[in-house]
Design a protein around this ligand. Sequence first.
Ligand SMILES: [Ca+2]
Length: 137
Amino acid sequence: MFTKYSVLWVAFIVISVNAQESTSLNPSQFIKIGKGSYYIETVSRKNWFAAYESCRQMKASLIAFESLEEWKLVNQYLRDMQIYRKYWTAGTDWAEQGKHVWFSNGQPLSLDIWRAGEPNNYNGDEHCDEAGPALAE
Ligand SMILES: [Ca+2]
């Protein structure tokens, strides 16, 4: 079985080529949560495309949750680490407005895991879906 490598990247809402900050990617920093391996970037804020590009450089992808269980495990980890920031997922409706899919596998978003308002198209030009841990459960 292949290990799935997923990245949770702190979200930077503005879609701008100047939104990038340098970061030193270190694929050895993937951590095991449940059956997957995850890289959690909390410092370098990037727009969705720049974040995705950085994921691909590490042969990973922005996170596409496959099950409620995966989402619960990841968010429990984030709460345990006191990480409450919103992060990018692979969810987007760039291909067809209003139809949100996981960009990494083309599957429609079907899990009820989103913060209020998401998945959305913030400001009419964002097209990308952030997630983040609830403060308590
Ligand atoms: Ca959004």
